[in-house]
Design a protein around this ligand. Structure first.
Ligand SMILES: Nc1nc2c(c(=O)[nH]1)N[C@H]1C(S)=C(S)[C@@H](COP(=O)(O)O)O[C@H]1N2
Ligand SMILES: [Mo]
Length: 411
């Protein structure tokens, strides 16, 4: 074959590859940005509504990002051939592809988490997290050091160096400006990502001793008298929970103590009731072990809760015939959700006060929160302080903003 034709083809191939690269880089920058917004708890508080849109956009961009990979697929064999003699480049390519595929596959499982179930979802979420915190910085590094802009920078540095007529030999460490520039870029990216990685790793590192800034008073000082845990609660019957909560709130966390605590049941009931802290602590509690599933993919297993069965509370208060729904209020003044009367009579729905034998922390929704184990946890209202029986349907906080009204987990 005429050599010039061969080079022509090579050049075209190179250009196509470069275009794919650019598209992919733009898409992944966008995905990384929307992804960071999604995990940011500040954003959850600040613009909850926008969070849902960002989630949808993130999912769509994720689907679109499969396209360049599909287009690249057939070209890959040739790309690998051109890298035949460059082992490091080839390994780099495998690594980049591995990161991209893991992100896409785990993303797909998370998108269709309802069909996959909570086990697969939590696994996919861990993969998605690891690949985000470890993989994305690498992808960014890869894109930057391969960009035209970076190459120009390298060239200019090299030129300056030559103008200075420095002796260039292999032993001269200054010579390796290119390596230096690359390492510098790598370090900068690592530095930027370290706090995020640390944030993410913190719950896994298991240091639960850090006091959260949101609960200024230790629970033992904020609440008196303290509830005495049942024997099955402390030590917890099943040995305690496994997995970690991610603490969510759409407001700033309410500051609750025995002074401002109250709990009431009203609306379409026979005997509306209201309790202060001491009266509420004196009610007879029960213990149950159940799992906790968030719709974003994480789960906590075998949590030992101690509290009042909702069913018993409702039966005690007496539900009027017109009542069709049970509405739950949070002391944060914003969050609400509902169950139908039939759902609310479920045996494992609990107004919980203790978790694994301890008073529920503020950030975890304490001192009193709802638990609906068989539904996604957006039903499990934190800082629960009021239950109202109503006739007409009320749409809950997240359901109003796009979450599914059907919150049943496919177990
Ligand atoms: N008051 C209130 N309750 C809430 C929420 C919230 O933001 N505010 N988030 C819900 C969601 S989506 C989940 S997954 C769980 C999280 O509970 P945790 O923060 O204790 O892990 O609380 C639910 N109840
Ligand atoms: Mo959730």
């Amino acid at each position: 074959m005429d050599k010039s034709v061969f080079y022509q083809i090579q050049k075209k191939f190179g250009q196509k590859l470069k275009q794919l690269h650019h598209w992919n880089a733009i898409l992944f920058t966008f995905l990384a940005f929307t992804g960071l917004v999604l995990v940011s708890s500040d954003f959850r508080q600040w613009l909850p509504q926008v969070r849902i849109w960002v989630k949808d956009i993130h999912i769509w961009a994720g689907f679109v990002s499969i396209l360049p990979l599909i287009l690249y697929g057939p070209k890959m064999v040739r790309h690998l051939q051109t890298l035949r003699k460059r082992k490091i480049n080839r390994q780099n390519l495998y690594l980049v592809l591995f990161i991209l595929l893991s992100l896409i596959l785990s993303g797909l499982v998370l998108t269709y988490h309802r069909s996959f179930g909570p086990g697969f979802s939590s696994f996919a979420l861990i993969i998605h997290d690891i690949m985000t915190w470890g993989g994305v910085p690498y992808l960014i590094y890869h894109s930057i050091t391969r960009s035209l802009w970076f190459k120009k920078l390298e060239k200019r540095r090299l030129q300056k160096l030559q103008e200075k007529r420095m002796v260039i030999d292999k032993g001269n460490p200054i010579l390796n400006r290119r390596t230096l520039l690359r390492r510098g870029t790598g370090t900068a990216i690592a530095l930027i990502f370290t706090p995020f990685i640390y944030q993410w790793l913190k719950p896994y590192l298991g240091s639960t001793t850090t006091t959260s800034p949101s609960s200024p008073l230790p629970l033992t000082e904020a609440f008196s008298p303290l509830p005495t845990p049942a024997p099955r609660s402390k030590p917890p019957v099943g040995g305690g929970r496994s997995g970690n909560f991610r603490y969510y709130t759409v407001t700033t966390m309410p500051e609750i103590s025995d002074k401002n605590f109250s709990f009431k049941i009203d609306g379409l009931v026979d005997k509306p009731q209201s309790w202060n802290w001491k009266q509420f602590v004196d009610l007879n509690r029960e213990v149950q072990v159940s799992n906790f599933h968030c719709v974003t993919g994480w789960s906590v297993y075998d949590v030992t809760w101690e509290g009042l069965k909702l069913k018993d509370l409702l039966n005690r208060t007496g539900v009027k015939n017109e009542a069709k729904y049970v509405k739950f209020y949070s002391q944060d003044g914003v969050y609400t959700d509902t169950l139908t009367i039939e759902q609310a009579m479920g045996d494992d729905i609990m107004v919980a006060m203790l978790i694994d034998g301890e008073l529920i922390e503020c950030r975890n929704g304490g001192p009193v929160r709802l638990i609906v184990p068989q539904m996604y946890a957006y039903k499990s209202v934190k800082w629960l302080n009021r239950i109202e029986l109503i006739e007409n349907e009320h749409v809950g906080y997240w359901e109003k903003r796009g979450y599914d009204k059907n919150a049943w987990v496919n177990l």
